[in-house]
Design a protein around this ligand. Structure first.
Ligand SMILES: *Cc1c(COP(=O)(O)O)cnc(C)c1O
Length: 375
């Protein structure tokens, strides 16, 4: 048996023929930007997230960048302004800060790869103005400690929800309406994926929403009158139609993902690995199922030999990325440990029971003592 990490063709085939019909309808409509599909999706997604406003944009990186640019304008932040970012996340979280002309300051994470509120508090300086809570792997950051911290130090709390559509924290707060504004990505492999790039900002702040919409539209609210140095970042009608077709089934898919995660949690018994979230399986939407294993590379090879494809999220913490200075002095031990030990098992709605069983059996057959020919 072979199991691919993610088969997008099979994933999207589940939505046929409605998906192709939605695309064809847009082709025939003659309207490809700023039309009905985008407006309908924005309103449906805002409702889904429990947010008052949703702005469709070009991708997740732009969504984060636009939130930061809008706040920078609103508050007159300088180039010295610092934004707290977890050291373990996809690079886009920090790139958005850099692209907005602000300074990312890295903080260590908890064992679940979520920004550590204590580490974040230690990193606060007189220049700190914002914190990005990344709901990494689909698990919501516990909101209360971060909300308290942000309130105490006057920081804007921004959510990077690119991996966490449909997640709700244990205390009932919905991802997308926990912070001042939230960024989503609809990259094809995300839990809600388009057939290309796409993104959105959700917020309850009407002023911020208006500014973000203008910034994404060349800095103009009125055509040909450009108040800000904006950019062009739009969700297009084809992608909006695709997302409108897929959104109604997102929660069902979340439940399916959780059922697979629950089976992994029950049936993976080898002491060679440790499982995520220790029983808190009803918060994460499991964009990624992250195992930790000290012999990670050997486990990856062991699974590959049995036809099971896995990925690593992510092999380098941000402070070790060449674009952020490479091997800087700073030491973020938990982020570094996750980079060394994390392995992502396949987890999505196209997997059969037999495939999930094969993955479990293959992981359990790894003793951790195998001396494989190292890769
Ligand atoms: C995917 C992702 C992004 C960026 O989204 P794009 O649509 O690819 O630009 C940002 N942050 C995280 C955590 C992501 O996983």
């Amino acid at each position: 048996m072979t199991v691919r990490y993610l088969d997008l063709q099979a994933l999207n085939a589940q939505f046929e023929p409605a998906l192709s019909r939605a695309v064809t309808d847009v082709v025939g409509s003659g309207r490809y930007l700023r039309g009905e599909q985008v407006a309908a999706f924005e309103s449906a997604f805002a409702h889904f997230c429990g947010a008052a406003h949703c702005i469709g944009v070009g991708n997740g990186l732009d969504a984060l960048t636009l939130i930061l640019l809008a706040l920078k304008e609103e508050h007159g932040w300088s180039e010295e302004t610092e934004v707290l970012v977890p050291a373990m996340t996809f690079v886009a979280t920090a790139l958005a800060v850099s692209r907005a002309g602000l300074r990312p300051v890295f903080c260590d994470v908890t064992r679940d790869a979520l920004i550590d509120p204590a580490a974040a508090e230690q990193a606060v300086t007189p220049h700190t103005r914002a914190l990005i809570a990344v709901h990494l792997y689909g698990a919501p950051c516990p909101p209360l400690p971060l909300q308290t911290l942000c309130q105490k130090h006057g920081l804007a709390m921004i959510e990077d929800a690119a991996q966490a559509h449909d997640a709700t924290s244990a205390d009932g707060q919905r991802v997308g309406s926990i912070g001042l504004a939230a960024a989503f990505s609809f990259y094809p492999g995300k839990n809600l994926g388009a057939l290309g790039d796409g993104g959105a900002v959700c917020t309850n702040d009407a002023v911020l929403a208006r500014r973000i919409r203008a910034l994404a539209n060349y800095g103009a609210e009125v055509k040909y009158e450009h108040q800000w140095l904006g950019l062009n970042s739009r969700l297009d009608e084809v992608q909006a139609a695709v997302l409108l077709t897929k959104l109604p089934r997102l929660h069902e898919e979340t439940l399916h993902r959780r059922a697979i995660a629950a089976r992994y949690a029950r049936e993976i018994v080898t002491p060679a690995v440790s499982l995520p979230y220790e029983g808190r399986t009803n918060e994460s939407v499991f964009h990624i199922y992250p195992l930790l294993c000290p012999q990670r590379d050997a486990l990856k090879a062991h699974l590959q030999e049995r036809g099971i494809e896995t990925l690593i999220h992510y092999p380098l913490p941000l402070h070790c990325q060449p674009c952020y200075g490479g091997s800087s002095q700073a030491h973020y031990p938990t982020a570094e440990r996750i980079a060394r030990e994390e392995l992502s098992l396949p987890l999505n709605s196209t997997l059969s029971e037999a495939q999930v069983g094969a993955i479990i059996e293959a992981v359990n057959s790894f003793s951790g003592h195998t001396t494989l020919s190292t890769q």
